[in-house]
Design a protein around this ligand. Structure first.
Ligand SMILES: [Zn+2]
Length: 875
């Protein structure tokens, strides 16, 4: 198209020009849920900052019918050109004469379709008295408010929002603020909402549907409503209670009250992520909000607690104080993740949730050990790439470096700093350096000097520790899973304990190498020793040990010399170490082994030391390592894979026998969690006795859906056994599982079945399952569960299937975050360089900016596995 005016200057830009900025939106939307369309009008109060002939804002897949601008003198202007640019998702309004500096109102009339892609303003379906009906919900983060109404769709351009909706009379309409009034108008009701305080566009939300609801009020008078599918309001009680308690805790922790008059939480039938923290209206996928006291698992209870605490935390971290640009996304996600663990720990101390936090940290470490990782503060050059950074770096590494910093600064100063930060930046936007400067001021430590090395460069260090005389030698190098050396360097808060957790030392490792005298720590237990070696000799029977990165509070790995390793192994055996340290030693050894800097035999002999372990988090880690070594041995030493499975089974038998299949009345939450995990692993490794018991109990379930023999927590183990025993000639178990899926009304039960239905060793069944997963029987949002369980024997079939169906898959799942799961579950599990080449060749002409980084990471992961496979040798 030929344009009279040069709009080329606005294309390909990461940010909108700031010659005009919005102050307030008055937005009126009419929804037609039968035709699946909407129309809208908006009046946007603008400030023209500098004289301009152009107003440039965001708009995507909307039709624009009318546009006008009125200045403060009430002069009306119509644009001479209205250009919609689909690539850059911008709407450029060109005026004949320059608009002058001052206030004005931009009016737009527009319309659009309720899409099926779970973003922008989208359609989802629910069943009401046997009839399939439509409802509408929104998901705007990161850059999809522009699909609902033309707007300045950037987090820094905060404005007030006055929302009005025309909806069918029988449906509930929700938005960020409370309803002022509803006016009937035939079949339609006009619902007027109060005007919001200033907020970013990605936090605006609308839900129109049929719900049952419950509510309660906090001690500060905030009304909290929970909206559930009809007939399921009981399942919202747990989340309601969590929200009330979380609001109270955050109000105190941040010394800042919840700023809106109400907070609603709603579970919608289709949602791409887990939950979204829209201001005053948190939207969840049903699995992550609904809890059924009788039928939900212990792990579901925990997941819901963390998700609710996370989303409520965002009402402060994210919504009240918002990142200035997506580069600082981690300020939202890292903090919400970290603080959700704090709240969970307050509400359920018996869950020892901070020990489980280490599993999050491990996810961050895994991704960040790749060349294709990115810094926490990442350059965002185009809106299309924003969704890719909602990953383990922003969430898990982000929260881990926060925990590391908090440990270094101390809890009290940290909390005080956060509450000052909230006061200074309330209703505004902040950058990473803004937080550092508040923390520096309160703590007297130059925080940015330490933290820049963690947030501005990718990767993390491995610290090699050697003992010599009465000193320890520390040497840092970048850790990469490939085993290649990286050139990063960090300022590292190091903690170490010698022989006891009462004898700790903290220091900053600021250079590549440093020697640290520990005679003080050694001599306080034995004054007569003159050297570390001697002490070691003398102390051997008294069990000397040295652990670096106490409680795994730092985001780095540690490699000990042989002598220190042997001492630690002994300390683990004698149970002198905390669960978190036992976790850390195993996790570090595993990662070093995969990178080729420890032998497989040393890993296996370490695993053997954990045989009698009883702590949840340590056994969970042991399980994960078992799964990995079985997988890697399948590629590296296929003849011995059964022997490896046998080895893992033997290590796990003590826990399996201790826990059994049946819950024990009054047992701990962690035992309930662990039972399912251990049995599931034994089923996956083909343990005969577990299979026999699982099949017996599965039959009991088929005979009686309420059998006490197969409770929610152990069902998944039974499903694994069923699918591991299924084949194209023995379909009975598989078909029974499919019927359970089809008849179940519980989203959580459906999730459990989907998670394991692809775990069959027979590739023919895997292929059948893959086609089932993308059929109408499985909601798009649930694809993530089904892909998760694909058996290692089925991975080649899955890869061929993915190539054959790529166009339809990207069409159906490609517009939000769901498609990333095809990379995680189908591409990443491949493990040879030939496959990596094949993936590269296949995507050469198919790569899109929305998944380019994800794809590169997946390919690197395949190559890392290929090289691990060469470097691991059978002991
Ligand atoms: Zn979040």
């Amino acid at each position: 198209m030929e344009h009279k005016h040069n709009i080329q200057q606005f294309k390909g830009q990461p940010r909108l020009p700031k010659s005009a900025v919005p102050r307030r939106y008055d937005l009126h939307l009419k929804l037609d849920l039968t035709a699946c369309t909407f129309s809208g009008t908006e009046q946007i109060d603008l400030s023209i900052i500098e004289p301009t002939k152009f107003i440039v804002l965001n708009s995507c897949e909307l039709e624009i019918h009318q546009v006008w601008f009125t200045n403060s003198l009430n002069q009306k202007y119509s644009p001479c050109e209205v250009v919609l640019d689909g690539d850059d998702e911008i709407l450029v309004l060109v005026f004949e004469e320059a608009l002058s500096v001052g206030q004005g109102v931009l009016g737009v009339e527009f319309s659009g379709a309720l899409n099926e892609h779970l973003k922008g303003l989208y359609k989802c379906t629910y069943v009401d008295k046997g009839m399939k009906k439509n409802m509408a919900a929104t998901q705007f983060e990161a850059v999809d408010a522009r699909r609902c109404f033309p707007c300045w769709d950037e987090p820094a351009l905060k404005a007030n929002f006055k929302v009005t909706l025309d909806v069918p009379t029988e449906l509930t309409a929700l938005s960020n603020m409370p309803v002022i009034e509803g006016k009937l108008n035939g079949n339609c009701r006009t619902v007027y909402f109060e005007e919001s305080p200033v907020m970013s566009t990605y936090l605006v939300a609308i839900v129109v549907g049929l719900f049952d609801h419950i509510e309660a009020t906090t001690i500060d008078g905030v009304k909290v409503g929970v909206y559930c599918p009809v007939g399921k309001s009981d399942e919202g009680k747990f989340a309601l209670d969590l929200a009330i308690k979380s609001l109270d805790i955050y109000t105190k922790y941040f010394s800042m009250p919840y700023p809106l008059p109400k907070l609603d939480m709603v579970a919608v039938p289709e949602f791409s992520g887990g939950a979204m923290e829209n201001y005053g209206l948190i939207i969840y996928r049903e699995n992550d909000m609904l809890y059924d006291e009788l039928h939900s698992t212990a792990s579901r209870k925990q997941r819901i607690t963390i998700v609710v605490a996370h989303e409520v935390a965002h009402q402060w971290f994210g919504n009240l104080v918002t990142m200035e640009w997506w580069t600082h996304l981690w300020l939202n996600e890292g903090f919400a993740t970290w603080v959700s663990y704090m709240v969970t720990d307050i509400l359920f101390p018996e869950w020892k949730i901070w020990t489980q936090f280490l599993q999050e940290t491990t996810d961050g470490l895994c991704l960040d050990a790749q060349e294709q990782s990115h810094p926490i503060e990442v350059d965002i050059s185009h809106a299309h790439t924003v969704l890719e950074i909602f990953d383990a770096i922003s969430y898990e590494k982000g929260s881990a470096v926060i925990r590391m910093l908090q440990g270094y600064i101390g809890d009290e100063v940290f909390q005080k700093s956060l509450s000052s930060y909230m006061k200074i930046y309330a209703w505004k936007n902040a950058k990473t350096e803004d937080l550092w400067s508040v923390l520096s001021e309160e703590s007297g430590i130059q925080v940015n000097l330490i933290m820049d090395s963690w947030t501005k460069q990718k990767g993390f260090p491995v610290i090699s520790v050697k003992s010599k005389d009465r000193t320890l030698e520390f040497d840092q190098a970048q850790f990469l899973s490939s085993g290649f050396p990286g050139d990063g360097q960090w300022i590292i808060p190091i903690s170490l304990a010698v022989n006891s957790y009462n004898k700790c030392k903290n220091f900053l490792l600021q250079s590549k190498c440093e020697r640290v005298d520990i005679s003080e720590l050694l001599s306080s237990s034995d004054n007569s020793s003159s050297s570390f070696e001697e002490t070691n000799q003398e102390k051997n029977d008294k069990n000397l040990w040295i652990k670096v990165n106490v409680d795994q509070s730092g985001f780095y790995r540690v490699k000990y010399d042989d002598e220190l390793t042997a001492l630690l192994r002994k300390a683990i055996k004698n149970n002198f170490l905390s669960a978190t340290d036992k976790f850390g030693i195993l996790d570090d050894t595993y990662a070093l082994c995969m990178a080729g800097s420890e032998s497989l035999s040393s890993l296996l002999s370490l695993m053997d030391v954990y045989r009698k372990e009883v702590d949840y988090i340590v056994i969970s880690e042991l399980l994960d390592v078992c799964y990995s070594v079985v997988d890697i041995s399948r590629d590296a030493i296929p003849d011995l894979v059964n022997e490896m499975k046998e080895f893992c089974i033997n290590i796990l038998l003590f826990s399996a026998e201790r826990l059994g299949w049946d819950p024990v009345p009054g047992e701990s939450h962690l035992n309930a969690l662990l039972r399912g995990k251990v049995l599931m692993a034994l089923a996956a490794f083909g343990h005969n006795k577990t299979h026999e018991e699982a099949m017996k109990r599965f039959q009991a379930l088929l005979d009686d859906r309420n059998t006490p023999l197969l409770k929610a927590d152990t069902r998944r183990a039974a499903y694994v056994a069923v699918m591991r025993n299924a084949s194209h000639t023995n379909r009975k178990g598989f078909e029974s599982l499919l019927s359970l899926y089809r008849e179940s009304d519980s989203v959580q039960e459906k999730e459990h079945i989907l998670r394991h239905i692809a775990s069959c060793p027979d590739p023919d069944i895997v292929l059948e399952v893959l086609n089932f997963l993308v059929s109408d029987e499985v909601r798009d949002q649930d694809i993530i569960y089904g892909l998760y369980g694909i058996s290692i024997e089925g991975r080649e079939t899955a890869w061929t299937w993915l190539k054959d169906n790529w166009d339809s898959i990207i069409g159906k799942y490609g517009s939000g975050v769901l498609h990333s799961h095809f990379f995680i579950s189908i591409v990443k599990p491949l493990s040879s360089n030939e496959k990596a080449d094949e993936v590269e060749a296949f995507f050469e002409s198919r790569t899109k900016p929305t998944f380019a980084m994800n794809l590169k990471q997946s390919i690197e992961q395949i190559r890392i596995k290929a090289s691990s496979r060469r470097s691991v040798s059978w002991p």
